[in-house]
Every structure is written in C-alpha cells, then in structure tokens.
Design a protein around this ligand. Structure first.
Ligand SMILES: *Cc1c(COP(=O)(O)O)cnc(C)c1O
Length: 389
C-alpha cells in the first residue's frame, strides 16, 4: 500500500541540493575533488536518491559511516567510490573488497587485521589512512611526542600486504566555531596533518593520491585546507550560518497540516502537565506531528511553526504524536492547512538553536513514519515510506 503522504511528510528538495553542489564546486575550483558525506541516511534526507543525484552531478566520492550504509548504496546503482569513515569489523573485509568499498584505517591494530583478512581472501582492500591531529576520536595519534611513532605506524600500514593506500585524511574539531582560539587550533591541526604527510611521503618515496580534511567549517572558512578533496556534509544540505552566507538552500522541508481546530475560553490548560494556560479566548490547532516523528519535546511552548498567516506559537507540551499551535490571529489557517515545521520559510537554524542543538540533529531525527517526497524540477519524482507495509 502507498502511504497517503498527507499526515506529516518531508520534502527533499533535490533542486536545492543540486544548487548547493554547484555553488560549492565553484568555490573549491576544478582541481579539487568533491566528496559528499551521505552517512546517517544522508543526514536524514535519504542516502539513495541523494547519492544518485550527486553521482549524476559529477561528484567524485561519497562517505558513509558503516558497511551497511555503503552496501545500501552499492545495491542501488551507486558506482562512485565510497569511503567508510568509521569502524568495520575485520570479518567484513571480504565484503568491503567484494563491493569495492574504501575503508578508513585508524590505527595499527586495524591495519594488521585488515591486511591479514585481505590476504586471506586473496584480494586487495583500498584504504585511506586516518590521522588524529586533535579531534581525539579515530586515527593515528601524531601530535607532539607521538609524531615519529605516528609517522612510522602509517608507513608500516601502507606497506602491509593486501592493503592499497589511496588517501590520507584528518578531521577538524572546531573549524566551524568562531574565535581566535578555534582558528589557531584548526591551523595547528592542518599544519600537523601536512607535516605528517610530508614525513610519510619522504620515507615512502610515493605521494598519497588523495589528501583530504575540509569539513563544512573548513570549506566555508579555510580554503587553504582543501588539498585534493573536500568533505562537506551540512553545507551540502544547506544548513547552518555558513550555508546562509554562501547562498545555499535547505534541502529538506518538513511539513504537516492542521487536523483539528478548537476554540477555548480564557483559563484553559493545554496538553500534558498544563504548562500553558490560555489568557483569552484562544483558537488552537492540533498538528499530527510529535516527538515520535522527530520533533524535540524540549521545544514545547518555545518555538513557532510557519503557517500561511505567519509564525504560529507551539502551545503546551509536545506529545508523542501531536502538538498544538495558537491560531488565534490566523484567520486563513483552517483544518487541512499546510504548516511548515522547518524549510525555506521557517529556518531550521533557529529551531535548532532554540532546542540547544545543531541542525544535523533535527534532520537526522525525522523518523521512519514520516514519508519523504523527493522533488526535482518542481515535480515529485519519488515518494518513500520507511515503514514496512
Ligand atoms: C560527518 C563527517 C564529515 C562532514 O561533517 P560536516 O560538519 O557535516 O561537514 C566530514 N568528515 C568526517 C570524518 C565526518 O565524520
């Protein structure tokens, strides 16, 4: 059965995504490759259609966080190189090779395991070496006293049988944060990264084909870090302050519609816990959109959603499946009227700030019961519901 698509839905605006891709391509220039980060189901936008579009537009590389995410793309016509940024258990090396997936190598123990497994199955695993320059998550530790052991460890991995090293990368911790301290920290990370590359290449006698480190913050603010390839996620989807500055457009609109309207006298408590009480005759609309759809309960009584008559305040606690908005001065909003939770008219950046979080968390939180409509050239080209029907 097809979903009715009429309760609450997301619109994936592929035209905006294409626009963002072209703007970013223009920014990085023709000599720099573009890796589109499509982990976490393309930040909640749907990895398959987003990747198909990026492939069609001429993107060079994709990145995901796990083998399952990579295989999902491979079995859905994606032939672009795919890099797994996170951990893959060693018994899956066979599948990495079979599906032609590039794996990050983050330390000696993994390099040894991956090499042994690749040799065992008679194949070659393509890898990118991950350097920890200050993110303190994954990667060969290379800062300060660890420089020489880091460089030697990387060199050792490169020379292991069964591994073919194509690239080397690092990840910035504060490239998107303002302030001189963060700038200095990012510059230190970048310098360390290039120093490590230089030291390894000198001993190795070869160069890395693809050196990459620029995430969203660095693509927006540190052009000197582009090297051979950039690796933006958030920017591509058009969110955050940098996206606004660069003229990028949001790739998702989350929409719902008014299911019921009632008018209450002054002194009526709305929703669980009675945290909001009407102070006059109040027209309240019920939306079929709650925290089980991906709304944040922390936004209860604290944000507004966009109607044809302008922003309407959310009143009372947000429930699992519903929330209430104030339609007192909204004469054109009726049962069935569309309401935008976030999108081109209600900024996700502001909603995220109000919830004390970042836009990524809001798009990733959109749940599987919210169907997606993919829109290209102004027309719905595909709809998708992740519930099993
Ligand atoms: C998620 C991720 C990115 C993309 O980050 P954005 O801030 O969305 O640009 C890049 N590189 C790595 C290693 C990541 O994990």
């Amino acid at each position: 059965m097809e979903s009715t698509l009429r309760r609450t839905w997301s619109e994936i605006l592929l035209d905006n995504l294409a626009h963002n891709y072209y703007v970013l391509k223009e920014r990085i220039g023709t000599d720099v490759k573009f890796l589109g980060v499509v982990k976490a189901d393309a930040y909640g936008h749907g990895a398959i259609l987003v990747s198909r579009l990026l492939q069609e537009l001429g993107c060079d590389y994709l990145a995901v966080s796990s083998l399952d995410e990579a295989v999902e793309l491979r079995v859905n016509d994606i032939t672009l190189p795919i890099l797994i940024l996170g951990h893959t258990p060693k018994d899956e090396v066979e599948h990495l090779i079979k599906y032609n997936i590039t794996q990050a190598v983050t330390c000696k123990a993994k390099a040894v395991e991956y090499s042994e497994e690749a040799v065992k199955c008679g194949g070659t695993l393509k890898v990118h070496i991950k350097v920890d320059t200050g993110m303190s998550r994954l990667g060969y530790l290379c800062d300060g006293d660890f420089f020489d052991t880091g460089v030697d460890g990387i060199l050792e991995a490169i020379q292991m049988p069964g591994l073919e090293t194509e690239g080397i990368f690092t990840h910035f911790a504060v490239s998107d944060e303002p302030g001189e301290d963060c700038k200095a920290y990012t510059e230190h990370q970048f310098k360390l990264f290039t120093d490590v590359i230089k030291a390894v290449e000198e001993k190795w006698g070869h160069s890395f084909a693809i050196r990459h480190c620029a995430n969203t913050g660095a693509v927006a603010r540190y052009p000197e870090t582009y090297l051979d390839m950039v690796r933006p996620g958030l920017l591509l989807y058009g969110y955050g302050d940098f996206a606004k500055e660069l003229g990028l457009r949001p790739a998702m609109a989350l929409k719902t519609n008014v299911s019921t309207i009632k008018t209450y006298p002054a002194g009526t408590a709305i929703s669980y816990g009675g945290i909001y009480t009407t102070d006059k005759t109040t027209r309240i609309g019920v939306l079929p959109y709650g925290y089980a759809d991906g709304f944040f309960r922390a936004l209860s009584n604290r944000c507004s959603l966009m109607t044809v008559d302008g922003p309407a305040e959310v009143r009372g606690k947000i429930c699992m499946d519903m929330c209430m908005i104030d339609l007192t001065d909204k004469p054109h909003v009726d049962v069935g009227s569309e309401v935008e939770v976030f999108g081109e008219s209600n900024s996700i950046n502001e909603l995220a700030a109000l919830a004390g979080t970042i836009p990524y968390e809001l798009t990733c939180a959109v749940s599987k019961r919210v169907p997606r409509k993919y829109i290209r050239h102004g027309k719905i080209i595909e709809s998708e519901l992740l519930l099993r029907m």
